[in-house]
Write a protein that binds this ligand. Structure first.
Ligand SMILES: Cc1cc2nc3c(=O)[nH]c(=O)nc-3n(C[C@H](O)[C@H](O)[C@H](O)COP(=O)(O)OP(=O)(O)OC[C@H]3O[C@@H](n4cnc5c(N)ncnc54)[C@H](O)[C@@H]3O)c2cc1C
Length: 339
């Protein structure tokens, strides 16, 4: 699997499965794999952890355009960060990679940190840019809720990285028609008995309205209180296929249920229109909506990070903008015009 001659260095791309299926973060990482490896200057090789996951591995390999090594063990049926770390450590011993890249999720951060500690390598999380500077690698990541961008440089390899979703995405296709992709399964023989994931159950809500909606009207702490929740419903009602969601800030306040939280630890949406009202645009929020086709931010602060991520920014108090928008819509529909 690892090329011995003229090998520029390997970049391990690590994905996970949950009960045989690829996690959302792993599907996203597949789209980014080849671009990430190109930035680092190495050859990407996928590593997928799970149990009885040949089918998932084939489709991951095809989506990423890379060959994949499956690490299989019954204790890998559900996400198992310690097992991931020790399995990838063995592969790192074998191929001395330039970098090991995980998706930026809580579970993957746990595996990345454990691996970094075990092999004494630098661990840099939430990476959103990679470049080379004077023979060193420099990596960017957003800090302080997206208000500042930090650059970290390292001369050490392997670097252990967690990659923000949707940053290096491009349509992943093999380099040429002859590119052959292989999937090799290796059985993990010794799994850590101190951490045995037993089950993963879906939340009692199975509401898919957010994911299916063509328009998502989302609110953050700028909503100011539950008394303004009606403004969101009124805006959503202007569209045939719309749903209301929110930032963790708004959900933690109890203004919206946690099942409606969008972001890294919430749900991922990619509607035709994302209307972000009173949301600052922290990286963890952007992680769940960055792929929306058109993003409109409504915010009183023109320097809010969401304004950089948005295609259009309305610098206005949402309690002024949303009623005005609805009023204008009502007038147009009374006149028979369409919006
Ligand atoms: C491990 C981890 C995971 C996380 N996961 C998530 C996640 O999944 N999803 C998520 O959203 N966050 C997540 N967060 C939290 C995230 O870092 C931010 O704290 C959160 O997104 C901030 O929410 P907010 O934008 O609503 O609030 P704030 O950051 O307080 O922003 C409020 C915004 O509203 C604007 N505003 C104020 N009043 C008005 C008004 N009247 N009209 C218009 N604009 C107004 C302000 O200018 C400001 O930009 C996570 C954090 C951590 C550490």
């Amino acid at each position: 699997m690892f090329k011995k001659t003229n090998n520029p260095g390997t970049v391990l791309i690590v994905g996970e499965t949950i009960d045989g299926r690829l996690s959302a973060g792993s599907r996203d990482l597949a789209k980014q794999a080849r671009s990430i490896a190109e930035q680092i200057g190495g050859e990407p090789v996928g590593v997928l952890i799970g149990h009885k996951i040949e089918q998932a591995a084939q489709s991951w390999s095809k989506a990423a355009g890379i060959s994949v090594i499956v690490l299989d063990h019954a204790q890998g049926r559900y996400p198992n960060p310690p097992m991931t770390a020790s399995g990838v450590e063995a592969l790192a011993d074998e191929c001395s990679p330039l970098a090991v890249c995980f998706p930026h999720s809580m579970r993957a951060c746990q595996a990345a940190a454990t691996l970094a500690w075990r092999i004494k390598a630098p661990c840099i999380t939430a990476v959103d840019a990679i470049f080379k500077e004077n023979g060193h690698f420099a990596l960017n990541r957003a800090i302080l809720g997206g208000k500042l961008c930090e650059t970290v440089s390292t001369g050490n390899t392997p670097m252990i990285l967690t990659i923000m979703p949707g940053i290096f995405s491009r349509s992943a296709s093999p380099d040429g028609p002859d590119r052959s992709l292989s999937v090799e399964t290796r059985l993990v023989t010794d799994a850590d008995q101190r951490f045995i994931p037993q089950a993963v159950n879906s939340q009692s809500h199975t509401d898919q309205a957010l994911e299916r909606a063509q328009v998502v009207v989302a609110a953050g702490r700028g909503l100011g209180g539950p008394e303004h929740r009606d403004l969101l419903d009124a805006a959503a009602a202007m569209f045939k296929s719309a749903a209301v969601g929110g930032s963790r800030g708004a959900c933690d306040q109890g203004w919206l249920p946690h099942t409606r939280q969008i972001g890294e630890t919430g749900r991922t949406v990619s509607p035709a229109l994302y209307l972000a009202c009173g949301i600052s645009g922290a990286p963890q929020h952007l992680a769940g909506m960055r792929e929306s086709r058109t993003i409109v931010a409504v915010n009183t602060d023109p320097k809010a990070a969401i304004c950089n991520a948005a295609h259009y920014a309305v610098i206005e108090d949402l309690t002024v903008f949303l009623p005005t928008l609805r009023e204008r819509y009502d007038k147009m529909t009374i006149k028979g015009e369409t919006v």
